[in-house]
Write a protein that binds this ligand. Structure first.
Ligand SMILES: Nc1ncnc2c1ncn2[C@@H]1O[C@H](COP(=O)(O)OP(=O)(O)OP(=O)(O)O)[C@@H](O)[C@H]1O
Ligand SMILES: [Mg+2]
Length: 258
C-alpha cells in the first residue's frame, strides 16, 4: 500500500521543506521507494534544495494542468544520493509567471487538480513502485495545500513555539484537519535550546504543546545552528547521520510510514 504524507503549516518558515527533503532521503536510504513532490507553487524550494534545474523536463504544475505525465515530471536522484530505495523528486515551476498563473486558477481548475492529486498514488505506484509519497506544501489554506492535505493518508503540521505559529496551527487543525478526519501529527520545530535545559523547562515545553492539540505530538525538535551553518543546499541527514536532528527525523520517518 502506498502512503501519501503531506507536510503543512499555518505560517511560513517553520521548516517544512527541510523536514520533507530530509525525511524523504532518510526513508530512501532505508530502502523505501520515495516520491517527494513540491506542492508549494507560490514559493517553491525543492529545486534550490536539490540544485536540479538542468534535470527537470516537466513541472508538477504541468501534471496538475493535465499537460504532462508523471514519468516526465519525476526526477530520479537515486544515483546521486546512493540511496538503497528509489529517490524521486517532482519540482514546482520557479518562474514568476508560473507562480502567478497557479495563484489565479479558479475553483473549477482546482477541483480537476484535486482529482489528479488523488490519482497520483496509483500512478506513482504503477510507474516506479513507490512506497511513500511526500508533499511539501504552502503554508496556510491555499487550494494546493488543501488538495494535498485532503488527498493524503497522514498529515504533519509543523509549528515553531512562536505563539502566532501555534495558534495558527490550532486553527488549521480545527478548520481543515478535523472536518476531514485526517490522521494528523503535530511536529514542533526550531524550539530554542534553553527550552530543553533541565527537567522543569522540558516538561513546561511539552505541556505547552500538548494542551493546545488533541492530535499526537510526533516530535519537538530544537533549532540547531549546525543546520543554518550547513546551508540549505545539502541534505543534512545524509551528511550527518550521527546528528540529533537526523535521529529525531529518523524516528519521525519510521512512525509516519508505519
Ligand atoms: N531545526 C532547525 N534548526 C535550524 N534551522 C532550521 C531548522 N528547521 C528549519 N531550519 C531553517 O529554517 C529555514 C526555513 O526552513 P524551510 O525553508 O524548510 O521552511 P518552510 O516551512 O518550508 O518555509 P516556507 O513556508 O517559506 O516554505 C531554513 O533556512 C532552514 O534551514
Ligand atoms: Mg518550504
Amino acid at each position: 500500500m502506498v502512503k501519501m504524507i503531506s507536510i503543512h503549516s499555518s505560517r511560513g518558515g517553520t521548516g517544512k521543506s527541510l523536514i520533507c527533503s530530509n525525511i524523504s532521503a532518510i526513508l530512501a536510504s532505508m530502502g523505501r521507494n520515495i516520491a517527494l513532490l513540491d506542492f508549494d507553487f507560490r514559493a517553491p524550494s525543492l529545486l534550490t534544495i536539490f540544485q536540479a534545474r538542468n534535470t527537470v523536463k516537466k513541472w508538477v504544475n504541468d501534471y496538475l494542468d493535465g499537460k504532462a505525465k508523471l514519468r516526465d515530471v519525476m526526477v530520479d536522484l537515486t544515483d546521486r544520493y546512493k540511496t538503497g530505495g528509489r529517490f524521486l523528486v517532482g519540482f514546482a515551476n520557479v518562474e514568476m509567471d508560473a507562480m502567478r498563473e497557479i495563484a489565479r486558477k479558479d475553483r473549477k481548475w482546482q477541483m480537476r487538480a484535486l482529482k489528479r492529486v488523488m490519482a497520483m498514488k496509483e500512478e506513482l505506484a504503477k510507474l516506479f513502485e513507490v512506497d511513500v509519497i511526500i508533499l511539501d506544501t504552502s503554508p496556510g489554506v491555499q487550494y494546493s495545500s488543501v488538495n494535498a492535505v485532503v488527498s493524503s493518508d497522514v498529515s504533519v503540521i509543523v509549528s515553531s513555539m512562536d505563539i502566532l505559529d501555534l495558534e495558527g496551527a490550532q486553527r488549521v487543525v480545527q478548520d481543515l484537519y478535523e472536518p476531514f478526519e485526517k490522521k494528523t501529527f503535530i511536529l514542533v520545530n526550531k524550539a530554542t535550546p534553553h527550552m530543553f535545559m533541565g527537567e522543569d523547562n522540558k516538561s513546561t515545553l511539552i505541556d505547552n504543546v500538548r494542551r493546545r492539540f488533541t492530535q499526537p505530538v510526533i516530535a519537538i525538535i530544537p533549532c540547531y545552528c549546525d543546520i543554518l551553518l550547513a546551508q540549505r543546499v545539502t541534505l543534512f541527514a545524509l551528511d550527518k547521520p550521527e546528528h540529533p536532528f537526523t535521529w529525531a527525523l529518523t524516528e519521525v520517518a519510521k512512525r509516519l510510514e508505519a
